[in-house]
Ligand binder design. Sequence first.
Ligand code: DQA
Length: 141
Amino acid sequence: MKILIINGPNLNLLGKREKSIYGKSSFEEYYSSLKNEFSDIEFEYYQSNVEGELINKLHEVGFNYEAIIMNAGAYTHTSIGIGDAIAGIETPAIEVHISNVYAREEYRHQSLMAKNCIGVIAGMGLNSYRLAILHFLSFLK
Ligand code: DQA
């Protein structure tokens, strides 16, 4: 199974950025623990701070990967383009967030991509990504 994990803007700063909200671990550290735990899965990781690059990546893999796990960061709440890209591809996507966006500012309560995803996982820390993998493992069996 090929799974793409996509992180959007500012998620390259995990481990340095607002640690009380996002934790102390960098994504790279966490990603290597995921690869160890799920050694049968072929993972790709992509991060960009640029909206159009995130859309290009969705188009690139969206017809040949089995699963996409996407944390679009702030673009979750603003990007019609990312929502449309997920609607336009065939690969199912799960939206994830590290923090509980519903317990935060009101502008974080809206997602312009959620309706085109198979589901949303938020507020479980970095474990949100792992829970999305577990879902794909049972869903794609
Ligand atoms: C986030 C939540 C977003 O509102 C925020 O803009 C982020 C991170 C999360 O993972 O909790 O950058 O997607």
